[in-house]
Design a binder for this molecule. Structure first.
Ligand SMILES: Nc1nc2c(ncn2[C@@H]2O[C@H](COP(=O)(O)OP(=O)(O)OP(=O)(O)O)[C@@H](O)[C@H]2O)c(=O)[nH]1
Length: 432
């Protein structure tokens, strides 16, 4: 087994003998950040099966993997690749000291930092969380601005779901103060792999889709067996790019009456203008601007303190505010709603609204996991876009509105205890 010395960066591990001559088909531009896909999902859903599958496929990426295993340590440092397939060069970092989301400031950041010292050896990073993890804090830590020195860029959050057992897992009550991890994992997802289709009955699948949609109506659901999926649907999706095509599509699909799809696709590759970078709660030092690798942050929202507080932890973190994952969940606690406004929004008022929605739990009792939206901003002919994950958000100018589009704002909100009417009122108030 490959073991990492305490202070030593991880070494590249050949996955199979005889792959020295292998060259990736796709080379990362040396200037670009390394994309990171976060793979989450409840216990036994098929996360490791997915990682194994990705590593065994000939996609052209050289992939480094960070696994978060409890107790036993990493289960293996290389996978058996099916005959005839090209092997990847992988790197492994074991995080065995507790849950990934609670270790982000220490082990996780060190692991990424150590890995990035060897960044010439890989093009892509996969992170597999434990089955009980809240992916929010980890995702937020990885969501960087392109210009930042961290060198990594959150690509997307993939949640693997066990089609047979998800109904029970989503509705298992937790003691007061403890989140239902399965719901939170679905809430954060860009893509759900509805796995174990080989053993799930038709009725179970229909119900599983309904349960997932009830939580995250905008998520893309892909049915899989053995986590086998077209990798172009989950790797390099760029879900967190300001001009993300997949996110724009998501917003459109969530609309009751959709925009003209031709007009939208015409905008999808237009470079965006980031207005203010990724916004974090003032004083938290959150966001990669502050969470950039190796940088110490002493704020109360440090990533070591936030995140999952499940019963697998022997320690407790105290919080003066509620946040995603911090309270008991009840059936349908987590939902999606889409706010709409046809009048132009005042950008400053809208930012104040988002600030309070994400950070001011006196004013907004909701816990917000994700925001995605297209915005019609006053005194601008441009379409804007907002994305938020956990407690970070980013507003960007994306493109001109399509000639056949009627400018208006649509904001997809995924969160817990959503007060939909009040949210719509507050959203409308941004236009006055
Ligand atoms: N029948 C069936 N079994 C599957 C499928 N995908 C994975 N499994 C099995 O389900 C079990 C759990 O799969 P893993 O990939 O280890 O799941 P995981 O999400 O990594 O599990 P944890 O690390 O415990 O959270 C293994 O025995 C897999 O072989 C599938 O599509 N169908």
């Amino acid at each position: 087994m490959y073991e990492m010395e305490d202070e030593e960066p991880p070494h590249a591990v050949p996955m199979l003998e005889g792959n020295e001559a292998w060259e990736p088909d796709i080379k990362r531009d040396a200037q670009k950040n390394v994309p990171v896909t976060l793979i989450t999902g409840f216990l036994g859903a098929g996360k490791t099966t997915l990682v194994r599958y990705i590593l065994s496929e000939n996609h052209g990426y050289r992939i480094a993997v960070i696994m978060n295993e409890f107790g036993e340590g990493v289960e293996g440092c290389y996978f058996h690749t099916p005959e005839g397939k090209k092997a990847n060069l992988g790197e492994w970092v074991e995080l065995s000291n507790g849950c990934l989301c609670c270790a982000v400031k220490s082990e996780f950041v060190q692991a990424i930092e150590a890995l990035m010292q060897k960044k010439d050896n890989f093009d892509y990073i996969l992170i597999e969380t434990t089955g009980l993890a809240n992916p929010g804090p980890v995702a937020a830590a990885l969501w960087t601005d392109d210009e930042l020195e961290a060198g990594v860029q959150l690509d997307s959050i993939i949640t693997v779901v066990d089609a047979v057992n998800i109904g029970k897992q989503l509705h298992d009550r937790r003691p007061e103060g403890i989140a239902n991890e399965a719901q939170v994992q679905v809430a954060y997802a860009d893509v759900v792999l509805l796995n174990k289709m080989d053993i799930a009955g038709e009725e179970a699948v229909t119900q599983a889709v309904a349960h997932i949609r009830a939580i995250n109506s905008s998520v893309e659901i892909i049915h899989t067996t053995q986590s086998i999926v077209d990798l172009s649907l989950i790797l390099n999706r760029q879900s967190f790019k300001a001009h993300s095509r997949v996110v724009l599509d998501t917003i459109i699909e969530t609309e009751e009456d959709s925009f003209n799809p031709t007009a939208v696709s015409a905008t999808s590759d237009t470079p965006s203008k980031d207005l203010n970078g990724i916004a974090a709660r003032p004083g938290t030092g959150h966001g990669l601007r502050a969470v950039s690798l190796g940088r110490k942050s002493s704020d109360h929202l440090s990533l070591a303190e936030v995140g999952y507080h499940g019963d697998h932890h022997s320690h407790n973190h105290s919080h003066s505010h509620s946040h995603p994952g911090g309270h008991a969940l009840h059936d349908n606690d987590i939902q999606t709603t889409t706010l709409r406004c046809s009048r132009p929004l005042d950008l400053e008022k809208f930012k104040e609204f988002v600030d309070s929605l994400l950070w001011d739990h006196e004013k907004h009792s909701e816990d917000i996991y994700r925001l995605k939206g297209e915005l019609y901003i006053s005194q601008s002919s441009k379409k804007y876009m907002i994305q938020a994950v956990y407690e970070l958000y980013n507003i960007s100018e994306v493109s001109d509105w399509g000639v056949q589009e009627s400018p208006r704002s649509s904001l997809v909100v995924i969160g817990r205890h959503l007060q939909k009417e009040k949210l719509q009122e507050d959203f409308n108030a941004c236009s006055r």
